[in-house]
Design a protein around this ligand. Structure first.
Ligand code: GLU
Length: 297
């Protein structure tokens, strides 16, 4: 039974990317998000901006798997709500409008450089950073008034305030600090294929959907620092943050969509019950913090 009584102003969201089947790692994070939204509102948003890799059938299977698991949301593509759409590919006008705000404020610049330009310009690789820090030497020198007036056809990056320390308090991980220019560099906000990058789309949606707390995996902690800079640039208040532990397989590797054996669909067809999925997650991550009793399961 869903004990959600909508009594608080809490607004959370779950935001799957439909590039594959949901696995135990998603279940762990989404159950936690649902649990934290028990006295408020939960939104389901489909993040399908990677047009090459996202498939509608994975959106449908995510919705079916989440319902089967017992997770309920009050707003989403299947149940409606006040937003014009809960599917990112149908929300382009909002991202374009944010792009205009960022461009007018001088926060972003067109960046025609290829990956190999960036690699050549780097003096040293940065260990621990999955994406190389974009070299300051490749920032344009011309005045931003001469930048294109439309986003498409070129990558656009956010110019980070060099050496600015971005600190936030995470509901699980405590105080986190990342330094612009050292832990992360100028990051993509718009891709030359005509779509916003993840960082921009998620900030625009979380803001417009009135999200009060973002619950997601701790692999996105560094992204939170980037997103806080975007909130500031867009003059929008940032939500609270809660980053969940990641699940690893038997070899200590983070679960990925290619771990088909651990997909919810496979486990469901093998006859596992939602309660057994939760017990499995609790075994794999002692700190997962999922309490079946509070979920009415
Ligand atoms: N759509 C992202 C993913 O599936 C999650 C983004 C977020 O929660 O901010 O990894």
């Amino acid at each position: 039974m869903n004990k959600n009584n909508h009594s608080s102003n809490y607004r959370g969201r779950i935001a799957p990317t439909p590039t594959g089947l949901l696995h135990l790692g998603h279940a762990s994070t989404f159950l936690r998000a649902w649990q934290r939204a028990q006295s408020g509102t939960l939104i389901l948003r489909i993040e399908d901006l990677d047009r090459q890799r996202c498939k509608p059938e994975f959106s449908s299977s995510a919705i079916a798997d989440l319902h089967w698991l017992g997770i309920h949301w009050q707003q989403g593509p299947d149940v409606g709500g006040p937003a014009d759409s809960y599917i990112q590919s149908e929300r382009m006008h909002h991202y374009v409008s944010a792009w205009h705000t960022l461009r007018a404020g001088g926060f972003i610049y067109p960046s025609p450089h290829s990956r190999s330009d960036v690699a050549r310009a780097l003096s040293a690789p940065h260990p621990g950073e999955s994406e190389a820090i974009f070299p300051i030497a490749l920032r344009p020198t011309m005045n931003c008034d001469s930048f294109p007036r439309q986003p498409d056809g070129v990558n656009w990056r956010f110019r980070v305030p060099d050496h600015r320390k971005v600190t936030f308090s995470d509901g699980r991980c405590g105080s986190c600090t990342f330094t612009a220019g050292i832990d992360f560099g100028d990051f993509l906000v718009w891709r030359k294929d005509g779509f916003p990058a993840y960082e921009l789309a998620v900030v625009v949606d979380d803001y417009l959907m009135g999200i009060t707390e973002v619950v997601r995996g701790e692999d996105l902690l560094l992204s939170t620092a980037r997103q806080i800079l975007l909130y500031e640039a867009l003059r929008a208040p940032a939500p609270a943050w809660f980053h969940c532990p990641l699940l690893c397989d038997a070899n200590g590797q983070r679960l990925a969509k290619r771990n088909h054996a651990l997909s919810l669909q496979t486990m469901r067809t093998q006859g596992m019950l939602p309660r057994q999925i939760i017990d499995r997650i609790r075994e794999m991550v002692p700190g997962a913090g999922i309490e079946p009793a509070t979920l009415g399961l």
